[in-house]
Write a protein that binds this ligand. Structure first.
Ligand code: SF4
Ligand code: SF4
Length: 291
């Protein structure tokens, strides 16, 4: 065991061990999401964050994990599932809207330098962070880009909060997109693989999936993950896209970017091998968490 631990400390994170970026290890390697980020700096009209143990969707976790418990949880997760190669932070809020994710990665990277750190963000606070993230072992970043024109953006996002000021409507959309593209460019130039998630929202962005893929590819993204809308919050009356609509969107995106088709829309505290038993209930069972 000591030899294995020493070997792990000599290894650096390797993207080919990421089950969501390398199909060859899909179903063999696992991932752990640390539910560490409590807040968000934008409000998407479809987003309803929640703390519960039942729902299987992004934005949901049993509770918020205190930063000082992150290393302990990673250790316990590795005991439950030694195949874990990725520690991700994907909520329940935005990973860059507070300092929690960076501090947790600092501690986790020190303890487990061989694990890939993976971060999901809306991209508003991504510019200027590429060097910091790389030094924390982050090798994969997912940026959610749902629109590349201000009108669609204003229909997806009700407001953003930037440098203490609230922006709404098309102005919010313009600022968000500029930050997303600059963040993608800087991260990809630093050697971080950038995947873009797009929530497919019929009547709002289904006509511009090709434009989104073309624009983010130009900025440096290499993979595109189109995920169907879960109708809730302000967009609860928009029906979820049909399989035909999802396939059409992926075909439109594929003209420009490789499409990732195996996303399971994991919880913000998911643990284990994707497609197999989710171990988060075992991992957090009995642990009192802030909600
Ligand atoms: Fe919710 Fe993510 Fe949008 Fe924030 S960026 S409102 S957490 S979906
Ligand atoms: Fe992979 Fe999708 Fe789950 Fe993220 S949400 S870990 S991309 S399957």
């Amino acid at each position: 065991l000591i030899e294995t631990q020493m070997e792990n400390h000599l290894r650096t994170p390797n993207i080919s061990d990421h089950p969501c970026f390398n199909g060859a290890v899909h179903g063999k390697k696992g991932r752990l999401h640390l539910p560490i980020s409590p807040a968000c700096n934008i409000q998407c009209r479809f987003c309803r964050r929640d703390c519960n143990s039942k729902e299987l969707r992004p934005g949901v976790a049993k509770g918020i994990l205190p930063i000082e418990e992150a290393v302990d949880i990673v250790g316990k997760a590795l005991e439950l599932c030694p195949e874990i190669t990725v520690v991700g932070i994907a909520g329940p809020g935005d990973a860059l809207a507070s300092f929690h994710a960076v501090e947790a990665f600092q501690q986790v990277h020190k303890a487990y330098p061989h694990l890939i750190k993976c971060l999901s963000t809306n991209g508003l606070a991504l510019p200027g962070k590429a060097d910091l993230l790389y030094d924390l072992g982050v090798r994969t970043v997912t940026v959610t880009v749902n629109a590349v024109d201000p009108w669609s953006a204003s229909k997806v996002v009700s407001h953003i909060l930037w440098e203490g000021k609230v922006y709404r409507g098309e102005e919010a959309g313009r600022i968000l997109l500029a930050h997303q593209l600059r963040g993608i460019q800087q991260a990809s130039q630093r050697g971080i693989v950038v995947k873009v998630n797009t929530v497919l929202i019929p009547t709002i962005n289904d006509h511009c999936i090709g434009d989104i893929a073309r624009t983010v590819k130009k900025a440096g993204a290499t993979v595109h993950n189109i995920i169907p809308l879960i109708p809730q919050h302000e967009l609860k009356d928009i029906p979820a896209p049909t399989c035909e609509q999802i396939n059409k969107a992926r075909s439109d995106g594929e003209v420009y970017l490789k499409q990732f088709r195996h996303c399971q829309h994991c919880r913000a505290d998911a643990c284990g091998i994707i497609g197999k038993e989710d171990l988060s209930a075992k991992l957090y069972g009995g642990r009192r968490m802030e909600t």
